[in-house]
Ligand binder design. Structure first.
Ligand code: PHE
Length: 341
């Protein structure tokens, strides 16, 4: 009877499955008995010789045999897999004390370093940081800073306009206005940030950085301003640095001055960096114009102040002797790696 043959093959296969030593061996046995050329399917070919009565019985036996083998296969496979995994894990030894692959340390960007250092120097004398958006209103950028509508600073050639009312801030001075209007004096504020002007060559970039300083208190004088910026320059560039103040003009300060310090590269003797003058300019400053205070609803007979603005790229160029402003924005590692702290 074919049915008996089927059952014999089934039992033989089950026995063989049980004895398989690896998943690979088990799989080969599955192919041998159940595969397309396997011994069980081979019996199907004999179907045509079977009497019609016996056929259903044979089909049934065939299906049962196949099911039994499939189930047994899955069971043994699972067991073998588990055994193989345990064996592999016990053989593979991980040395947790081995050093990992070296991780590359990044370097601070010189612009960030200069910001950090300036903020650090001023925070030692009580200053704190405030900020503002890069897209500013006309009033914050100009109007409230006493810059009249016809002033050249408002010109499209200098300022990137977004629309009639808004532009990319061309300086950090709007942070003065935001502070004056949102907090109560006294103020000892720093306003660091990115600024934008239509300008581009070796010493100008359309996007650069400034830091604003604003002090508002009772009885603030030009002497306080000079003392503060001299303190800053000697902390930032070195004790031997001298400062000088040249009369200048800004609509939002009165009187106004430009601050120079003796060239830290040649110690004031004259070199390429300072254009052989012995002095380098570090920023603009002055006493806060009374109109700026009153435009922000502060009583200008009660409060006085000074403000200053410095270019960060300029400070970095002077401090590190950098020849081209574009180096700051190219992300060339050979340049940036030199500023590892
Ligand atoms: N905002 C001026 C500039 O961008 C700098 C400045 C700030 C001058 C504060 C005086 C007081 O050139």
């Amino acid at each position: 009877m074919l049915k008996n043959q089927i059952n014999e093959i089934r039992d033989e296969a089950l026995q063989a499955f049980k004895g398989a030593a690896s998943t690979k061996e088990l799989y080969d046995l599955k192919v041998k008995y159940l595969g397309r050329q396997g011994s069980l399917p081979a019996i199907m070919k004999k179907m045509k010789d079977v009497s019609p009565e016996e056929r259903p019985l044979m089909g049934q036996a065939m299906n049962q045999a196949k099911d039994a083998l499939e189930t047994a296969y899955l069971k043994f496979e699972e067991e073998l897999k588990r055994g193989e995994l345990t064996k592999r894990l016990s053989e593979e030894k991980l040395d947790m004390t081995l050093p990992g692959p070296p991780s590359k340390l990044g370097a601070h960007h010189p612009i960030e370093m200069v910001f950090d250092e300036i903020i650090d120097i001023f925070s030692r004398i009580g200053y704190y940081v405030r900020s503002g958006p890069m897209i500013e209103t006309d009033d914050h950028n100009f109007g409230a800073l006493n810059i009249p509508p016809e002033h050249p600073a408002r010109d499209m050639q200098d300022t990137f306009y977004i629309d009639e009312e808004h532009s990319l801030r061309p300086h950090t001075s709007p942070i003065q206005i935001r502070t004056l209007r949102s907090e109560k004096p006294p103020f000892y504020v720093l306003g660091p940030g990115g600024v934008f002007r239509c300008d581009s060559d070796v010493s100008h970039s359309p996007m650069f950085h400034q830091i604003e300083g604003l002090v508002v208190d009772k009885k603030v004088s030009m002497a306080d301003l000079k003392g503060t910026l001299s303190y800053f320059a000697s902390e930032f560039f070195g004790k031997s640095i001298k400062t000088r103040f040249r009369p200048s003009f800004f609509p939002f300060t009165e009187p106004s001055a430009e601050v120079d310090c003796s060239c830290p590269l040649c110690n004031g003797k004259g070199c390429r960096m300072c254009g052989h003058t012995g002095w380098v300019e570090i920023g603009g400053c002055g006493l806060v114009h009374p109109n700026v205070l009153s435009a922000s609803d502060l009583d200008n007979s009660e409060w006085q102040g000074f403000a200053f603005g410095m270019g960060i790229e300029r400070m970095a160029i002077i401090k590190y002797g950098i020849s081209d402003i574009r180096l700051f924005y190219e992300n060339d590692n050979r340049f940036l790696e030199q500023f590892r702290r």
